[in-house]
Design a protein around this ligand. Structure first.
Ligand SMILES: Cc1cc2nc3c(=O)[nH]c(=O)nc-3n(C[C@H](O)[C@H](O)[C@H](O)COP(=O)(O)O)c2cc1C
Length: 381
């Protein structure tokens, strides 16, 4: 396993967040950091992980800890990955490629968003062993089939279908910042760019971020981000559509955003391979249960053959170990990676991997568990 070092001036994800806030324009920071409505759901996500206590066990040898996990008949060296983040390059120009490259080096999953800003073929080539593709299900079946054919041809290892955006989110920070694509340079946005020249110059050099993988399917000029997503997506992905996707996609198929038991039951019946229990990082429904709560409710589906994964609110390696104790084979953290990029530019990708790797390793050893695969509910207080 490659050992990632990290800059100890920023030893925690919260340090990266603080630095990112200074280094990138507010509209970009808010796009990543923001949640829905009053952002209570986002805060509850975070607090719920703190409530999970692990009882340390001593009297055992933990000179080495094995951090690897097995998902869809493949071993990954690390049990956490990069979830899909639309408009990734807005956090830092080139962020998506830097993250995919770091994920390949670390042997951990990297999920490319439908609304990414780097061509999917380039990401698949940079991360041939670990790249998964996330699908926002297009309303039009022919568009969906065309996109999936490209994803297959590029060689992605798994397909992740996001369920939890039946309607565009009303995110107040984005509305106040006037965030739109293509960028309309309002005086506020010009001022924010001028006061963050490193970000602005790199963005200028790299080119304005845009939804390159779906541009060809556009029918009219974009409105706000949420509006574009609303126009492209199905308003509620139906069971029939998931059944169709199951017929079209013959590789590992994952549903993301599952919180309701009948939904995971349906997934099992349709032949879905895995789920990511998630509330989209508190970005879609402020009243949604935390992913900790949903994971506790649904974890028993692992015994029925469902691969359980989780995201939303994970910020430390200890959280990844907690997630495994609750039944998740793999955990993802969206904002961690993007704060890393915002704080340190492209070097932020490996910084975040290094922090998580170190923290997972230390937590496993601290609780007396020599292998991530062995971590289970027996450690819960
Ligand atoms: C800025 C941003 C953009 C996102 N874009 C997508 C996306 O395109 N597709 C998707 O399925 N989830 C998307 N998500 C949700 C993440 O994949 C993930 O579920 C969430 O970030 C997990 O919560 P956390 O940020 O608290 O770790 C996005 C999240 C953020 C913060």
């Amino acid at each position: 396993m490659h050992r990632f070092s990290y800059d100890t001036r920023y030893p925690a994800i919260s340090d990266l967040k603080a630095r990112a806030k200074k280094r990138i324009p507010n509209f970009s920071f808010d796009y990543v950091d923001g949640g829905i409505d009053q952002e209570h759901g986002k805060a509850r996500n975070r607090n719920a992980w703190h409530e999970i206590d692990l009882i340390p066990r001593y009297l055992c040898d933990v000179s080495n800890a094995d951090l690897s996990t097995r998902i869809f008949d493949k071993d990954y060296a690390l049990p956490f990955g990069v979830p899909p983040i639309g408009l990734g390059n807005m956090m830092w120009p080139g962020a998506e490629m830097a993250l995919a490259t770091a994920a390949q080096k670390a042997n951990m999953p990297y999920i490319l968003s439908t609304f990414s800003t780097t061509p999917l073929e380039e990401i698949a080539a940079a991360a041939p062993d670990v790249a998964w593709f996330q699908l926002y299900v297009p309303k039009k079946v022919e568009v969906m089939k065309d996109l999936l054919a490209k994803v297959k041809a590029a060689g992605f290892n798994a397909l992740v279908v996001t369920l939890d955006i039946p309607v565009g989110a009303k995110r107040n920070r984005e509305l106040k910042n006037g965030l739109k694509l293509p960028f309309s340079f309002t005086p506020k946005i010009i001022w924010q760019c001028a006061t963050h020249p490193t970000w602005a110059l790199s963005t200028l050099k790299h080119g304005q971020p845009d939804f390159v993988n779906v541009l060809e399917y556009k029918e009219g000029p974009n409105e706000g981000l949420a509006q574009f997503i609303t126009n492209f997506n199905m308003h509620g992905v139906t069971r029939e559509r998931i059944e169709l996707i199951r017929q079209v996609w013959d590789g590992p198929l994952v549903l993301k955003g599952v919180q309701h038991e009948p939904d995971i039951q349906a997934a099992l019946e349709i032949g879905i391979d895995g789920v990511i229990v998630s509330n989209h990082g508190g970005r879609q429904l402020d009243a949604a249960p935390t992913s900790v709560q949903s994971l506790q409710d649904l974890a028993s589906y692992a015994d029925k053959g469902m691969t359980m994964m989780v995201d939303s609110g994970i910020r430390t390696g200890t959280d990844v170990v907690r997630a495994k104790a609750l039944g998740a084979q793999m955990a993802f953290s969206g904002r961690s990676f993007f704060w890393g990029m915002g704080a340190l530019g492209l070097a932020g990708a490996e910084q975040v991997v290094g922090i998580y790797q170190d923290e997972i390793d230390r937590t496993l050893k601290q609780v007396g568990c020599a292998s991530f695969r062995e971590m289970d509910g027996g450690w819960l207080a």
